[in-house]
Design a protein around this ligand. Structure first.
Ligand SMILES: CC(=O)N[C@H]1[C@@H](OP(=O)(O)OP(=O)(O)OC[C@H]2O[C@@H](n3ccc(=O)[nH]c3=O)[C@H](O)[C@@H]2O)O[C@H](CO)[C@@H](O)[C@@H]1O[C@H](C)C(=O)N[C@@H](C)C(=O)N[C@H](CCC(=O)O)C(=O)O
Ligand SMILES: Nc1ncnc2c1ncn2[C@@H]1O[C@H](COP(=O)(O)OP(=O)(O)OP(=O)(O)O)[C@@H](O)[C@H]1O
Length: 490
């Protein structure tokens, strides 16, 4: 791409040196720079990439985007801008030629349920033969092939790259999990969403947002980001059981589709939920009458998620028969109320990703119909992240018969500091604190009796535990199965 053409999108303060004719690549990590790359220096939480500009030049960067002049040697032009993070959004979208405008883009935001709803939408699309992609917590799924990703919502460059790759692979749709960090930090700059979906808003991430008000307003940015071009076929899908939805409805001029379990006015409603061993049945009230739905997914929260996914596709013209047919076909989502195969063992084991107070409440409620006797609930929380939610997490966990408080990615924080914070919220005495998660898992099995259900929350699909900054292999299900087979001599 011509350098001058690329830079047209940018408010520039000053250029030092001579711009090259062409640019072949764009990078924000000096370790990924190759010949003829434009390198954008981002000030991060850990380091300032201005300090790596020389390294980028040595690797072949011919333009660096900076917020002040640097002393650099080599054949490079310095483009000085006010805000390099903002420049990153503008340049990334332009470099990949605004790929989102050529795909139907679904954005899913909310505290809990983003991965589940996104997975449902992509599965339905794929099942209907619509090539599609998904980016989120569990990775970047391109037409069924999974690639790793670090964040729920990736930086602006990775985001545009993923959408570009989806388009290049012939995808017609892409579903993105939209985190509040992603919205506030401009990671979604230039993404032209067609359908914005809201799941719910409850306590999380207050270390970053400060207050629930700020957190809620951050999520609302997805709905403002739909824009104002009323010639476009855009839609908002909102949870009518959540009070934030009324506010979000006011942020967009596009049609609003609501779903709920407890609001008779909602466009899509779930009624008469029945829980069976391996499936959940319910009646779905729709604009075309009441339909019967069978999900191979467990828990009330998955009824909410199925309603959200249905509304998101229905508003774009997919038929209810197609959507519901695909929903029924869908396999359980990894680590979301996932029933582990226990063979002849006399106990049940479930793995879930609940790591917020509301998700914990939902997960225990979801597990109840499957427990012949006690629910033993193992819950940890991450170190060096929102500490204010810890006591409320434990308070919600107190509904279980027995609770084991532990850690979930302690990072640099002490085990004791984490579990002591959790302990403050416990409302009954049937609990114990075990900082080491593997020991906590083994203890759960140790105390389990015939008919008990053990619910491991917080790790979900993850197969590691982060201690300091290293990922160590860890699987709640594997450790539990080994311990249980030994205990019950199977
Ligand atoms: C706190 C935070 O948001 N951190 C994000 C941030 O990292 P950072 O600011 O520490 O980056 P940094 O290491 O200082 O690097 C700054 C710049 O220098 C560059 N660099 C660095 C080293 C080098 O040798 N050369 C070089 O050029 C880096 O490429 C980068 O451009 O930028 C990284 C790259 O985009 C992100 O992966 C990282 O997310 C971390 C992993 C994270 O945990 N973020 C959480 C808070 C987050 O964003 N969570 C949300 C919500 C999840 C949910 O809903 O639960 C999410 O969307 O993931
Ligand atoms: N609609 C929902 N309402 C409340 N809780 C839910 C809902 N959907 C899922 N959960 C709970 O939240 C957990 C995480 O679900 P999911 O991964 O879909 O959410 P998420 O928003 O993607 O989370 P994160 O961004 O933290 O990865 C589930 O394991 C379940 O306990």
């Amino acid at each position: 791409m011509q350098a001058t053409q690329l830079l047209q999108s940018l408010p520039i303060k000053r250029i030092i040196g001579t711009l090259p004719d062409n640019i072949k690549d764009i990078a924000i990590d000096s370790r990924n720079v190759q010949d003829k790359t434009i390198f954008i220096c981002i000030k991060g939480y850990t380091v300032d990439a201005h300090d790596y500009a020389q390294q980028a030049v040595d690797s072949g960067a011919t333009i660096v985007i900076v917020d002040h002049e640097l002393q650099l040697t080599g054949d490079v032009a310095q483009v000085i801008v006010e805000d390099t993070s903002r420049a990153l959004g503008l340049l990334s979208a332009k470099f990949f030629d605004y790929p989102s405008k050529d795909l139907t883009m679904f954005g899913v935001t909310g505290t809990n349920g983003k991965t589940s709803v996104s997975t449902m939408i992509q599965n339905i699309l794929q099942g209907l033969g619509v090539r599609s992609a998904l980016s989120g917590t569990i990775g970047f799924n391109l037409n069924g092939i999974m690639y790793d990703s670090t964040n729920t919502t990736s930086d602006a460059l990775t985001t545009q790259q993923m959408i570009f790759r989806a388009k290049a692979e012939g995808c017609r749709g892409m579903v993105m999990e939209v985190s509040s960090h992603g919205l506030v930090l401009g990671r979604l700059a230039g993404v032209d969403f067609d359908v914005a979906i809201f799941t719910n808003l409850t306590h999380d991430h207050l270390d970053f947002h400060g207050t629930m008000e700020n957190y809620g307003n951050a999520k609302g940015m997805l709905f403002s980001q739909l824009g104002q071009d009323l010639e476009k076929d855009k839609h908002a899908v909102l949870n009518a059981d959540d009070e934030w939805s009324a506010k979000y409805a006011g942020l967009t001029p596009y049609p609003i589709w609501t779903y709920a379990l407890h609001n008779e006015e909602a466009t899509f409603q779930g009624k008469n939920i029945r829980y069976h061993d391996e499936l959940t049945e319910f009646d779905m009230v729709t604009p075309e009458g009441t339909k019967h739905v069978k999900l191979q997914l467990l828990g009330e929260f998955n009824v909410y998620n199925a309603l959200a996914a249905t509304a998101a596709l229905y508003c774009r013209g997919y038929s209810l028969e197609d959507i519901i047919g695909q929903l029924e076909f869908m396999a359980p989502i990894k680590g979301r109320m996932q029933k582990i195969e226990t063979g002849k063992l006399p106990i049940s084991i479930f793995v879930d990703y609940a790591h917020t107070p509301d998700a914990i409440e939902q997960a225990i409620r979801a597990a109840k119909p499957y427990a012949a006797r006690k629910i033993i609930f193992v819950i940890g929380t991450g170190g060096d992240r929102d500490k204010s939610k810890r006591p409320t997490m434990a308070e919600k966990a107190s509904v279980a018969d027995y609770v084991i408080l532990t850690t979930d990615d302690p990072r640099y924080e002490d085990y004791d500091s984490i579990v002591n914070d959790l302990e403050k919220g416990m409302t009954h005495k049937n609990y114990t604190c075990i900082g080491d998660r593997a020991d906590a898992v083994r203890h759960a099995v140790d105390i389990a009796e015939e008919g008990d259900l053990i619910l491991f929350a917080g790790k979900g699909h993850e197969d590691y535990q982060i201690i300091e900054n290293t990922k160590y292999p860890h699987s709640d299900a594997e450790i539990a199965l080994i311990a249980a087979k030994e205990k019950f001599e199977l």
